[in-house]
Design a protein around this ligand. Structure first.
Ligand SMILES: CC(C)(COP(=O)(O)OP(=O)(O)OC[C@H]1O[C@@H](n2cnc3c(N)ncnc32)[C@H](O)[C@@H]1OP(=O)(O)O)[C@@H](O)C(=O)NCCC(=O)NCCS
Length: 157
């Protein structure tokens, strides 16, 4: 799949999960404002890597990625989506989401859902721009840990 600028998408299934995970954790702060290392559990790369894709520049740099899974009840859960700080607002996030949507629809998913912190303005604006509805879930991740659940319908092929 072709990405904006000098970037292209590669499914994690075609890459070494251990190597890519280590590279993304090394570059963590270029992708995330807060500490999301614990959310990069190896299972997302090794067992669920088939639902993920990496955006790479033509010179081999990692510039974005998406990780997720489709559940038994046809919910496409978008676990992590990030674009490197110098590549934002060029359509890369939209493209990574489109890649995940297409895969999810192909496995029968009808709805895609992402979860973010209430103060993540970029994530809220991004998912809302893609058509998601936002629902504040109190204590979602534990006492005092509210989250916003972003839900968007997927059109069957
Ligand atoms: C959220 C994120 C993935 C968006 O990636 P991106 O490549 O910049 O998004 P796109 O360029 O595809 O943007 C698509 C649309 O979303 C909206 N949007 C994206 N970022 C926005 C921002 N910071 N403020 C307002 N609107 C925004 C715009 O409508 C944009 O379209 P436009 O640029 O034509 O106006 C990126 O900001 C990011 O990596 N943030 C840090 C990681 C993170 O918090 N991820 C949470 C995902 S749940």
């Amino acid at each position: 799949m072709t990405a904006p600028g000098d970037a292209h998408l590669v499914g994690f299934a075609e890459l070494s999960a251990t190597t890519v995970r280590a590279r993304l954790l090394d570059a963590h702060d270029r992708f995330w404002a807060g500490d999301t290392r614990a959310l990069h559990h190896p299972v997302w790369f090794h067992q669920f890597g088939g639902f993920g894709a990496l955006a790479m520049s033509d010179d081999g740099e990692d510039v974005g990625y998406v990780l997720g899974v489709v559940t038994a009840d046809r919910l496409a859960y978008l676990h992590l989506l990030a674009v490197r700080d110098d590549r934002r607002r060029s359509g890369l996030g939209r493209l990574l989401c489109a890649w995940f949507d297409a895969l999810a629809v192909g496995t029968g998913a009808r709805v895609v859902q992402a979860v973010t912190r209430p103060d993540n303005d970029a994530a809220l604006a991004f998912h809302t721009a893609l058509g998601a509805s936002a629902h504040l879930s109190k204590d979602h991740a534990g006492p005092g840990e509210d989250r916003v659940v972003l839900t968007r319908g997927l059109l069957p092929r």
